[in-house]
Design a protein. Structure first.
Length: 79
């Protein structure tokens, strides 16, 4: 698997800065904000993922666990 080029790394850093800005803008209105994002790279690197969060870790953790449980139940019910 190839590594990201310097140009791709720079662009991804810019995207991460945008995630951070979004979290910081939303945070005054919420106990926690966590954003997960994925992006397909146009070479053999595959998918790049990034995340950023602010606020109460335990609130984010509980919400993520609940989301995974709900998604799993939806998948189980769809089959």
């Amino acid at each position: 698997m190839k590594e990201l080029t310097e140009e791709q790394k720079k662009y991804n850093d810019e995207l991460l800065d945008k995630l951070k800005k979004c979290c910081e803008e939303l945070y005054p209105h919420f106990d926690s904000v966590k954003i997960f994002a994925t992006k397909h790279e146009n070479n053999e690197v595959g998918t790049t993922n990034m995340n950023y969060g602010v606020g109460n870790f335990f609130a984010s953790y509980g919400q993520i666990k609940l989301w995974i449980k709900e998604q799993t139940m939806e998948e189980d019910n769809a089959g």
